[in-house]
Design a binder for this molecule. Sequence first.
Ligand code: PBE
Length: 267
Amino acid sequence: SNDVNVGEEVEYTITGIEPGAGISQATNKALEEYDNLEGWTHEESSTAAMLTELGEALDNEEEIIIAAWNPHYMFAKYDIKYIDDPKGVYGGEEYITTIARKGLKEDMPEAYEILDNFFWEVEDMESIMLAAQEKDLEEAAQDWVDENQETVDSWTEGVDSVDGQDIELALTPWDSERSSAQVVKIALESKGFNVTLTPVDPQIVFQAVSAGDADASLAPWMPQTHKDFYEKYEGEYEDLGKNLEGAKIGLAVPTYMDVESIEDLEP
Ligand code: PBE
């Protein structure tokens, strides 16, 4: 409400996540672009720490402003809402895209085809992330594959098997990307591949695939979240197209907070 200064309540701090995340870059930009955020601090730490702080704030009905995104279980588990971003620093609807090193199509056409075919829905990814709250994410991914064999078959159908070819996928450390990588690992293994998953920062995903150190990645969020990295390495990798639509990043607050827009935050 208007008699409470939200800025003061949250100590003029936005609770962020890992410094290497695209959303952290966006939050740094927001602090520059919104005049009313002058003097505010972006506290970067980790996703786990942010979620802990969010849970504690909700338990105590305290105010908090977090860096948020979906697909993620945070919107199912906690009563939170995105706030408006009239300057569009966090973009609008995001998609996740698949990139491959140059030459993969010629070197490993079977893997290329599976990667090219891979596409799933927000609900698919989220069901693994939710199940992974109570078991290993690897196990949750295997369960999802078992229950969605037709979808997985549609990615591998007509693709020849190989005899133990090695393939390395670079991913980012968030559960969304751990889920997609794990599911595609299982699909590739069903066709005889030996799959290594390498979690790195978003920038390193692009660097590794561009250098040919990794064969492919399912992790880039576009058109905004990883735009700077995408453009920095553009032309040095191949974009195979969307593997998921309907993602989003932004700032979020508990629903009991009377804040609708970043512009509502007082300097
Ligand atoms: N995320 C989840 C990542 C990409 C996937 C939104 C936290 C990021 O900001 O880079």
